[in-house]
Design a protein. Structure first.
Length: 68
């Protein structure tokens, strides 16, 4: 997920540069907002990658449950 987010960020930065060159101020503002959310998502994804995975095992019915 992180490589894809980095790719999206690179693309947005290129679009932002073009929008600045073309003086599309509304577009620059929109891209800036998107970059803010994207960077928050990158930070969240990086945090989640570092968390260990919990092995919950295979669920089994309880011995005292009805129908067994």
């Amino acid at each position: 997920m992180l490589p894809r987010l980095a790719e999206i960020e690179r693309d947005l930065l290129l679009r932002r540069k073009r929008a600045q060159d073309e003086h599309w101020l509304g577009e620059v503002d929109g891209i800036d907002s998107t970059l803010t959310f994207l960077r928050a998502k990158q930070a969240e994804a990086a945090r989640l990658v570092k968390r260990p995975v919990a092995d919950l095992g295979i669920p089994r019915p309880r011995p005292d449950s009805p129908g067994t």
